[in-house]
Design a protein around this ligand. Structure first.
Ligand code: NIG
Length: 382
């Protein structure tokens, strides 16, 4: 069945030839985009939806979340707001709660958080393991994640479980755990940071995962300057996420690589870190993505609009740059940019209609829920 979406005041396509169109229309056919162009030229379709002068974007592509978890860290957040610093150690609290949860409890949480994201315009979403940290719990996390998310990442190297010898744990992650989890995931990741995994441990995790055929992602330079970005670029990771503390040579390395710099501003605000220097990255020519980093510890939001608003108001990104980073950039970080995060014939039929005449309202009206309608793979889901 085909649907003509017309009455679009401003259509962001992210396609180099189509650009941003005024007075536009889109035809969806099944789960694909079939036609894009000026409303006056639109072909007929089985059904017609008039969005009456609203703006339409590709659905948000959230390329970094941690949604397989149980438990609550409100008290840790409150302590942080009272001045206590964020450390990687809080991850252990969620690990304990996650291990204790049933499959059903974890699935309920996954379903609830994915639905919350979709209702706000997210149409493609990555999520990670990383709160299991035993072979059995990581496999279970990967299996459940694959039932709810579009992309799954193995993050056994999230934290060395308290009381475990670090080298034995790296051996487990790069051996038995990787073998068991690999069939369920497309990506592998490592938290390369003081208090988590150092450069040589991170290198061991990433090279073992690459040898197993997994794509690479890195958590890097979140809590201080470090080797994460350099390592991600050297190993040709698809993305290095956080990038809060960058040196000039990190920026240069990213600009001269295929590695996407994925910025997580909601996390930086929630952990009282500075915001990353998006301007330096963009001006140098690096590819930037924005993602929510939704997790119970450092960034408990699924709102991509909040990330876009923050990027514009506080990180000197233009609205066009921020919207592109939260759609096409996320897709590029997942190596799916030809299929999602873009509105052109053949792409997945993922549309986000704003209750506003232009995307500028995302920053002009901060905090106002602006999602009016969402199509995900051709289905109206909001
Ligand atoms: O991306 N940095 C590492 N992992 C998560 C935080 C996880 C947690 O605190 O539970 C992040 O911020």
């Amino acid at each position: 069945m085909s649907i003509l979406v017309t009455g679009i005041a401003e259509l962001t396509t992210n396609d180099d030839e189509l650009g941003t169109l005024a007075d536009a229309a889109v035809v969806l056919d099944g789960d694909r985009v079939a036609w894009v162009g000026p409303a006056v030229d639109a072909p007929a379709a089985d059904e017609r939806v008039d969005v009456e002068g609203r703006a339409v974007l590709p659905g948000w592509v959230d390329s970094h979340t941690h949604l397989v978890f149980a438990g609550d860290r409100t008290a840790e957040f409150a302590a942080r707001m009272a001045g206590k610093p964020y450390t990687a150690g809080g991850i252990a609290v969620t690990v304990e709660a996650t291990r204790a949860a049933t499959d059903e409890e974890l699935s309920v949480g996954l379903r609830r958080h994915v639905a919350e994201a979709v209702a706000q315009g997210t149409t493609y979403l990555e999520t990670k393991t990383g709160y299991g940290l035993t072979v059995e719990d990581e496999v279970r996390s990967a299996r459940l994640a694959a039932e709810h998310a579009d992309e799954v990442t193995f993050l056994g190297a999230h934290l060395v479980p308290p009381g475990t010898d670090p080298q034995s744990y790296v051996d487990l992650v790069t051996g038995e755990m990787l073998d068991a989890v690999a069939p369920h995931v497309r990506w592998a990741d490592v938290f390369c940071e003081t208090g988590a995994f150092d450069e040589s441990q991170s290198r061991a995790v990433l090279t073992a995962a690459a040898a197993k055929g997994l794509g690479l992602r890195v958590h890097g330079n979140q809590l201080g300057p470090g080797p994460g970005v350099r390592l991600a670029v050297e190993l040709n990771a698809a993305s290095v996420d956080h990038c809060t503390y960058l040196t000039e040579s990190d920026v240069d390395a990213l600009a001269n690589s295929d590695t996407v710099a994925t910025l997580l501003p909601a996390c930086d605000l929630s952990t009282r870190q500075p915001l990353p220097d998006a301007r330096a990255l963009l001006d140098a020519g690096a590819t930037v993505a924005l993602a929510s980093n939704c997790n119970p510890g450092s960034s408990y939001t699924s709102s991509m609009a909040y990330c876009v608003t923050t990027a514009v108001l506080q990180m000197r990104m233009s609205v066009a740059e921020a919207v592109r980073a939260a759609t096409w950039g996320g897709a590029r970080a997942l190596r799916r940019e030809h299929e999602v995060g873009i509105v052109r014939p053949g792409a997945r039929a993922d549309l986000h209609v704003l209750n506003a005449p232009s995307a500028t309202h995302l920053a002009y009206r901060p905090g106002v829920p602006l999602t009016w309608a969402v199509w995900r793979a051709g289905k109206r889901v909001s």
